[in-house]
Design a protein around this ligand. Structure first.
Ligand code: GLN
Ligand code: ZN
Length: 763
């Protein structure tokens, strides 16, 4: 019996990032709107044709966005914040991009992470009074385009009403029901028009079902879908979920809906979904979209195992009702490993990006039918994975390096005693001032790095150049009057890549780009084997900086959890294990720094929070090992060595215990854009270690005056004890210019001085 082949979404950025280039050209006025539309159409059709030629029978259309699919949904329904002066009708590119990026008069809409991925979506802004109207049926336009130009009956992909609403902001929970009800007619209209145009299947994405907690929402969801489905009875709706298993009650509820298909993630939800299917059976006429190839990682699948999974599923769901597909959209992986000729063969051959994943699905479907050639393909794939396993075995780190056995995971003495020792040693004034680590990365620094990488400069020339910058900024910081200095991170491009290049177990692809937000693409490092310390990574620059000044200079490292979360990781061992390996390597680095006379060390964990699992029931386990990893890295230092950490977000009221458990002597966090919120968190929670709240926003070139910063300090001191309080900017300053940086820091130091005087005077 033949299985059908589906796809849920394909990367839009293009094999040589042509999508990004076209967008940026349009934004800068380099091409006119018509040419832009034409080029985008060309790219869009090429992507569709490619998938069709790969044997995909359900080719997604409409997932090709000019920025983001959530924003597309807002534009489709005329959900445009008031500040953009929208008067109804189609949302044209100028307005569409203004919502994404801001314009002269209106700030951009908020952007935030799409579930637990590194992709960011544009947050819809709703109020309880928001009215929805079908401004333009974009899915219909794109369906017709594919039909006309390619003769292809594509599968329009639309973010479903439940997920759209769950990810929107600005309305009260109590208004959820009424907004959902109001969304149904406009969604119904979209579906009706598609039905009339001859669409066969439509995919409604409802990943938020995976996180559904509140059963009253489930009833609302079911009622909304029943009404929606009645509106277009001959259209076949695939209710698509991904990023994990549906809870049993949610699955039972959606299975009883009159949808034609349900898409489930059998990669992250394999056991739960199989168990639920076995227990509850499967309605005879319902199609199952079985996500059996991981859409979130970059490795070849174990196809023998995937085939066994498909057979398990086929024992419950008749094969003619079965579509094999990736576990989620392929948006989150690069396009093709074809460009990776520079990697060791065993590594390159083990990669599977979007195109290879589609090939794997085709192979699976053929193997299921008993096709001889497919069996050979399966065997070849197995061999490629075996070669990768061998490469990994050769790099294995001894268990005693990563094992908990000898890892010191608790600092002693406790914070209070350490604070005394540290204060005796450093004699810092009350409310000490510092920065987060990086100083402006000016064009001459980037140029110097290129000269050295190309071989035009020797290593000595480059190092001398970096030292020149360190020297300049140490003296600037002394002149500004900061209490704790930094070396400036001039030698680093990126806070993960820099370490990845120096640690064992990492590889860097030539073309492994994925979209992060808008036209911004990132090329995450690949952790392919055990991570190992191979030699000091930051000691030279930090120790050099410390020789230039009697003031303390903080050493600067990226933490284990952030390195993990911003890389592509292995799928043969738990993420926890890899994180412990990174922690062990960082511990060696920290010990080397300490030995070299660097006695304040900051370990940044800006990505700690984004690794938080979607399901609340899994969060404690994650936080447990994340905290443990940080402590393994930082606990072996002397009591009077001061450990700092930094996080760039303020939403931490729900994880304040975990943050405290890191046992860092000082944490700096970003707060200036949402001060009230964070201060509120400290009213209900106590934090009993050193803490610096960002007193100015580094994302803008604006230089706030001392008075403005003083107000921030005063507000914070109402809920935080002054003996624990530090004064710093929100985040690193690498994207800022030198003049504005110096001016802002001078104002910050002045604000600190005034705050100290007020303390002294008992104000
Ligand atoms: N130390 C880093 C810097 O200052 C921290 C960056 C971050 O938090 N993302 O740039
Ligand atoms: Zn930051």
């Amino acid at each position: 019996m033949k299985l059908k082949l589906g796809n849920l979404g394909y990367p839009r950025i293009g094999a040589s990032r042509e999508w990004k280039k076209t967008l940026e050209q349009f934004w800068s006025g380099g091409i006119a709107e018509e040419a832009f539309e034409q080029e985008m159409k060309r790219q869009r059709l090429a992507i569709l044709a490619k998938q069709r030629d790969a044997g995909v029978q359900f080719v997604p259309v409409g997932d090709f966005s000019y920025y983001d699919s959530m924003l597309d949904t807002s534009a489709m329904f005329g959900v445009v914040p008031e500040r953009f002066g929208y008067a109804g009708g189609e949302v044209k590119p100028e307005l569409y991009f203004a919502m994404a990026r801001g314009n002269r008069t209106a700030t951009a809409c908020e952007m935030t992470k799409w579930f637990d991925t590194n992709y960011h979506y544009i947050v819809p802004e709703l109020t309880k009074d928001t009215a929805f109207a079908l401004a333009a049926n974009r899915p219909l336009q794109l369906f017709l385009e594919a039909k006309q130009e390619l003769g292809l009956t594509g599968k329009p992909v639309i973010i479903g009403p439940y997920t759209y609403l769950k990810l929107a902001k600005g309305y009260a929970k109590a208004d959820f029901a009424v907004l959902l009800e109001r969304l149904v007619p406009v969604y119904a209209q979209v579906l009706q028009e598609l039905q009339e145009a001859g669409a066969d299947w439509v995919q409604l994405d409802e990943p938020a079902l995976v996180t559904l907690q509140d059963t009253s929402e489930l009833a609302l969801f079911a009622a909304a879908y029943r009404r929606l489905l009645e509106a277009a009875p001959s259209l076949r709706v695939m209710l698509q979920t991904y990023f994990g298993a549906l809870d049993a009650d949610v699955l039972a509820a959606v299975v009883s809906l009159p949808v034609h298909g349900i898409g489930l993630d059998f990669v992250r939800g394999r056991d739960a979904h199989l168990a639920a299917l076995r227990a509850g059976g499967w309605p005879q006429l319902l199609t199952l979209g079985a996500g059996v190839i991981d859409g979130r990682n970059i490795w070849r699948a174990d196809l023998a195992d995937a085939l066994a999974l498909v057979r398990d599923i086929a024992a419950i769901v008749p094969a003619d009702r079965l579509i094999v597909q990736p576990s989620c959209s392929l948006l989150h992986v690069p396009i093709s490993r074809a460009g990776e000729a520079l990697l060791p063969a065993a590594l390159a051959q083990a990669l599977s990006f979007a195109d290879e994943k589609l090939q794997e699905l085709a192979l699976l479907a053929a193997a299921f039918e008993g096709d001889e050639a497919a069996n050979a393909g399966l065997a070849a794939s197995g061999e490629a994975l075996a070669a990768l396993a061998q490469l990994r075995a050769a790099s294995r780190v001894a268990a005693d390096v990563t094992g908990a056995a000898d890892a010191v995971t608790r600092r002693s003495p406790g914070f209070a005693a350490r604070q005394e020792l540290q204060q005796r040693k450093w004699q810092l004034p009350p409310l000490p001032t510092t920065t987060i680590g990086s100083f402006p990365q000016t064009p001459d620094i980037r140029k110097a790095r290129q000269s050295w990488r190309k071989g035009d400069w020797t290593k000595e020339q480059y190092d001398a150049f970096i030292q020149g910058h360190i020297r300049k900024w140490i003296s600037l910081q002394e002149d500004i009057g900061l209490d704790v200095l930094v070396h400036g991170e001039f030698e680093r491009t990126d806070m993960v890549e820099f370490f990845g290049e120096k640690l064992g177990g990492f590889a860097f692809t030539a073309n492994g780009w994925v979209q992060s937000y808008g036209s911004r693409c990132v090329k995450p490092p690949v952790i392919y084997a055990d991570v190992r310390f191979t030699g000091p990574m930051t000691v030279a620059e930090s120790a050099f900086a410390q020789t230039l000044t009697p003031k303390p200079v903080k050493g600067m490292l990226t933490g284990p959890v952030t390195i993990l979360n911003w890389s592509f990781v292995r799928d043969d061992i738990p993420r926890r294990e890899t994180t412990y390996q990174i922690a062990a390597a960082l511990r060696q680095e920290i010990e080397a720094l300490e030995a070299a006379g660097v006695r304040m060390i900051q370990v940044d964990e800006p990505a700690l929070r984004e690794g938080l699992p979607l399901k609340p029931s899994e969060r404690d386990a994650y936080l447990g090992w994340a905290v443990e990893a940080f402590r393994r890295a930082t606990s072996s230092v002397r009591p009077d060595t001061q450990i700092h950490t930094h996080m760039c977000y303020c939403e931490f009221h729900d994880m304040i215990d975990a943050i405290s458990a890191l046992d860092a002597d000082v944490i700096s966090i970003e707060t200036s854009r949402s001060h009230g919120e964070l201060i509120g968190a400290f009213e209900s929670n106590t934090y009993d270690k050193g803490i610096g709240l960002g007193v100015y926003d580094i994302h803008s070139p604006r230089v706030p005056d001392a008075e403005e910063m003083l107000k921030m300090i005063e507000r914070a001191l109402r809920v935080l004890p002054d003996r624990l309080f530090w004064i710093n900017p929100d985040c690193g300053l690498k994207t800022r210019g030198e003049t504005e940086t110096v001016a802002a820091l001078r104002n910050m130091v002045q604000a600190a001085q005034t705050a100290r005087e007020q303390l002294g005077a008992g104000v």
